[in-house]
Design a protein around this ligand. Structure first.
Ligand SMILES: Cc1cc2nc3c(=O)[nH]c(=O)nc-3n(C[C@H](O)[C@H](O)[C@H](O)COP(=O)(O)OP(=O)(O)OC[C@H]3O[C@@H](n4cnc5c(N)ncnc54)[C@H](O)[C@@H]3O)c2cc1C
Length: 476
């Protein structure tokens, strides 16, 4: 049984021991952290494995210790709540109820005689680690959705969430004059943070029209807190004189050594650029993202059922207890559909109650219903229109890892008969590189005439071959 989190090698033999833990939580973002602390409070022995160095996930990011940030909370909403949960994690850790394993990237979860073994790559030495638990909660969050355009590979073009992450973790700005573009409420938060940190933001370029929310009035009225948040972001833009261009998109980035300007065009309802509306905005950085995509490799590797969401992504199909379709596997947070940090916290708590065999308090389930309703409205409003590929010239790179331009993908579809993203991948190598299609997947699927399917891979991250060679035969 594992004893020391600082000694990953101690975990190697855990797969052959009795299930050491009642619950393994994969991911220490808002969902995983809330679940772990709640489950430990309800008497379960919990292991938390997280690829990051500190708890908090994508939302609660810690400035690197060497930067000496005096007020990390200044860049976050709800830092006090996070600090309270992190303190609870430490208390449970000292009492032996939680084993917290940072820098443990889980590459597979495999069934193992009534329990589950988590296989991980641990620490900078990439040690092999394995750990058994009777139940598993997958809280692996999401990553950014990118819709490519000519020039998106230029230095100075960063993800919108990536810009926020640079600021929260590194206290750096991607540039001095930063256009923020794409779609989704994250853009407003990012523009506000960049401007507050001293960047000039010439424009926020939002591809959707906010009037799309009008069709979801009941969900909006049930979430006055979200409306107040939107109003706060809106007034910050007005105060800082940041232009908000809705139903517009960045259709090209220009520059030689780095981005120097972007072309912005007005879009029709399907996100097709309208002729004659293009204009240039000078900038030295572009922060661009079109929402988030649930990170599902571990879950789909286990065969968990998925569902198509309002924003056009694929999420896990979960029941009211946060159970997946595979008995013994639960999930919470963005894996069940993009909905934000508050929803992730609530779902983590509900899952912990269910795993401990306790009914979740009605206040929690009511809050989840309200926030999920808002998430559906948000997803529908910001779902990319089919016409976005209209800004993708044939020479624009789509798969950055394998350097596959849009023209080659179109050729695979029109001339070689590819009808889905998988066939396009086999014909062009798009999605076969280091990122394994996380960046180009939605674009390749759209060019192939469909929607992205569930991510299916046997390994969720790169694994040294020696780890595979060491596996006991049952896990092969
Ligand atoms: C780049 C980025 C920036 C964002 N910025 C903002 C923002 O500024 N404001 C805002 O409101 N929302 C932001 N969001 C959204 C917000 O972070 C989420 O709504 C919230 O964090 C969801 O919580 P979660 O617990 O579901 O997932 P996350 O917070 O994403 O946590 C998932 C955790 O799982 C870990 N993990 C994933 N896979 C594995 C694995 N195989 N093995 C081990 N660990 C694993 C990750 O390291 C991470 O710690 C951002 C999202 C992204 C992707």
């Amino acid at each position: 049984m594992p004893t020391s989190p600082s000694d990953p090698a101690a975990f190697t033999d855990a797969a052959s021991a009795d299930a050491a833990f009642d619950l393994a939580v994969v991911g220490a973002g808002p969902a995983g952290l809330a679940a772990a602390v709640t489950a430990a409070g309800l008497g379960l022995r919990v292991a938390v494995l997280d690829a990051g160095d500190r708890p908090g996930g994508q939302y609660y990011r810690h400035p690197a210790p060497g930067l000496g940030a005096a007020r990390p909370e200044a860049l976050h909403h709800g830092w006090a709540d996070f600090a309270r949960r992190e303190a609870a994690l430490r208390v449970h850790e000292s009492a032996g109820r939680i084993t917290y394993l940072p820098a443990h990237h889980v590459w597979a979860v495999v069934p193992d005689g009534g329990g589950w073994t988590q296989h991980a790559v641990a620490g900078p030495e990439e040690a092999a680690a394995a750990l058994r638990a009777r139940a598993v909660l997958l809280a692996t969050g999401s990553y950014e959705r990118q819709l490519p355009f000519p020039g998106w590979t230029l230095p100075g073009v960063v993800g919108a969430g990536g810009a926020q992450a640079m600021l929260k973790s590194g206290l750096v700005l991607p540039g001095r004059r930063v256009v923020v573009a794409g779609s989704g409420p994250l853009l407003l938060a990012v523009a506000g943070s960049l401007a507050a940190a001293g960047a000039r933001v010439p424009a926020v370029v939002e591809a959707a029209a906010y009037t799309a929310y009008a069709g979801h009035l009941p969900a909006l009225l049930r979430n006055p807190g979200k409306l107040a948040e939107a109003a706060t972001y809106g007034s910050a833009l007005v105060r800082r004189r940041i232009r908000l261009l809705t139903r517009h998109a960045v259709t090209e980035a220009h520059g030689t050594d780095r981005v120097e300007a972007v072309t912005v065009a007005r879009l029709d309802r399907d996100w097709r650029p309208l002729p004659g509306t293009a204009r240039r905005i000078p900038c030295d950085a572009l922060a661009v993202g079109h929402g988030l995509v649930p990170q599902l490799e571990l879950a789909t590797g286990l065969g968990c059922a998925t569902r198509r969401t309002a924003d056009g992504t694929v999420a896990l199909a979960l029941d009211a207890q946060q159970r997946t379709s595979v008995p013994g596997i639960w999930s919470a947070g963005e894996t069940g559909g993009i909905g934000g940090a508050q929803l992730a916290l609530v779902e983590g708590e509900i899952a912990a109650h269910a795993i401990a065999g306790r009914p979740a308090p009605a206040a929690l389930t009511g809050r989840r219903a309200r926030l999920r309703g808002f998430a559906e409205a948000m997803g529908a409003a910001h779902r990319p229109g089919d016409g976005w590929t209209g800004w993708l010239r044939d020479d624009a790179v789509v798969c950055r890892c394998e350097e596959v331009p849009a023209g080659r993908i179109r050729e695979a579809v029109a001339d070689l008969g590819a009808r889905d993203a998988r066939t396009v991948k086999l014909l062009t190598r798009s999605g076969m590189g280091w990122c394994q299609g996380r960046m180009c997947g939605p674009a390749v699927a759209a060019l192939a005439g469909g929607e992205p399917g569930p991510d299916r891979r046997p390994l969720s991250c790169p694994v040294p071959l020696r780890h595979l060679a060491q596996l006991p035969p049952a896990d092969d």
